[in-house]
Design a protein around this ligand. Structure first.
Ligand code: GLV
Ligand code: MN
Ligand code: MN
Length: 416
């Protein structure tokens, strides 16, 4: 196309994004869930790309794909790069795969040039960041960081299969997840490229941005129990309708977040009611809550206020309430020394080194327990994410790859 900038790495990345996106449980949308046949097929494809790029490749004890490109000598500590390759349901193609594929393309470029560095590079594709199948999230990166909570092995998916059973069916040994953990001395840092998933870079006409911090999140599961009954005979005042109670809770969560002027966001993304018939008053309702804020203090305060309001609704409606925290992550600042090197690479590629926070969660939130983390955001069209319309221009994917490659080539380990 006339006038279109050439994007050699970007074009390769885009082609691979589409190839990986073809691995989905559904023909008409992209859904790739932890410990499924699609997880296996995607892992095989990614490992092939890693080997082609000059890396050794393996699957670790939780199902992460791990590639290693040795430095000037075998066995040197590594700079770790990567992202996740699981998706939400009816997902976009870029959330996760962009960072993983970009990292592989950078290593492939070094390999083509015959370049070895005074450190190794490892590229990791995390098996579960989205937490779609089991209530818990960041499973792949927590295993690598050595913070995997073995109690989640007994959680069950919607079909009643426990994580322990799913790991065995996949061919992994749930009793050896500890083998995926890395030690601090092996890692020089973790750097992830990711689509912004928001509109800020686009509004500022910037292809890339350096992430300042990853906002914390709290997720809860709420279960309201009332009394099922006949839709025609029970007067309104005598009902214990669990779904109507849930609806009131959902509205109050939205209101609480709208009242807040400090960036508090809350989402009820899943709801189920039972017994589920037109002419039966719902006796049970189950829904999830996801709350995030730019600071932990604000999030914790808001979660406590939300719990108080939900308890009041349950009491007034005479419903039993069970509220469990299923996931909690503090806000993770990116390491200043790594941010500085990323900003230098951004500037050297001719972009302005703009910093922005991440409202979305990322594997760095877990990796920070074992090494310093930094992230580079790439602009996405309309800020749309967790949606099939998610889109990145090849020239922006190229910009992200060039910045990452420059970071790698000029990387200086943190001075003790
Ligand atoms: C991950 O995509 C999250 O922020 O929920
Ligand atoms: Mn996501
Ligand atoms: Mn992601």
């Amino acid at each position: 196309m006339a006038g279109r900038p050439t994007s050699p790495l970007g074009d390769e990345i885009v082609a691979r994004i589409h190839r990986l996106a073809a691995i989905s449980e559904a023909a008409d949308n992209l859904t790739r869930i932890f410990l499924t046949g699609e997880h296996r097929a995607a892992a095989d494809l990614i490992m092939n790309w890693m080997v082609e790029a000059g890396m050794s490749a393996r699957l670790d004890a939780i199902g992460n794909v791990c590639g290693r490109y040795e430095g000037e000598h075998p066995g040197l500590p590594c700079l770790m790069l990567g992202s996740h390759y699981d998706t939400v349901r009816d997902a976009g193609k870029w959330d996760g795969p962009l960072g993983l594929i970009t990292a592989i393309s950078c290593v492939a470029e070094l390999n083509r040039r015959g370049r070895r560095l005074p450190f190794a590079i490892e590229v990791i594709g995390f098996a579960d960041e989205e937490g779609v199948r089991f209530a818990s999230t960041l499973l792949g990166s927590r295993a690598v960081a050595g913070t995997f909570d073995e109690r989640v092995l007994s959680t069950r998916d919607a079909a009643g299969i426990s994580m322990r059973e799913a790991l065995v069916q996949f061919g992994l040994d749930p009793d050896h997840i500890g083998a995926a953990a890395r030690v601090r001395d092996e890692l020089l840092g973790y750097v992830e490229v990711h689509i912004e998933q928001g509109p800020v870079l686009e509004a500022r006409n910037l292809a890339v941005g350096v992430v300042s911090a990853i906002a914390g999140a709290t997720r809860l599961a709420a279960r309201l129990t009332g009394m099922a009954g006949h839709a025609g005979t029970v007067p309104m005042a005598l009902r214990r309708d669990a779904l109507a109670g849930a609806a009131e809770c959902i509205s109050l969560i939205e209101q609480l977040c709208r009242e807040d002027d400090g960036g508090l966001v809350g989402t009820v993304g899943y709801i189920q009611a039972a017994p589920g018939a037109t002419n039966v008053i719902p006796g049970q309702a189950h829904f999830t809550i996801d709350m995030r804020a730019p600071t932990d203090e604000r999030r914790n305060r808001s979660v406590a206020e939300m719990v108080r309001r939900i308890e009041a609704v349950a009491k007034r409606r005479n419903l039993e309430l069970q509220l469990d925290v299923t996931h909690e992550n503090r806000t993770v600042p990116c390491a200043p020394w790594l941010k500085t090197q990323l900003a230098e690479a951004v500037a050297a590629e001719g972009y302005s080194a703009f910093e922005l926070p991440s409202g979305a969660g990322h594997d760095g939130m877990a990796m920070v327990d074992v090494t310093d983390v930094a992230m580079l955001f790439v602009r996405c069209r309309g800020g749309i994410s967790h949606h099939p319309a998610e889109h990145v221009e090849a020239s922006d994917a190229d910009a992200g790859a060039r910045v990452l490659l420059r970071l790698i080539e000029n990387f200086r380990a943190r001075q003790p």
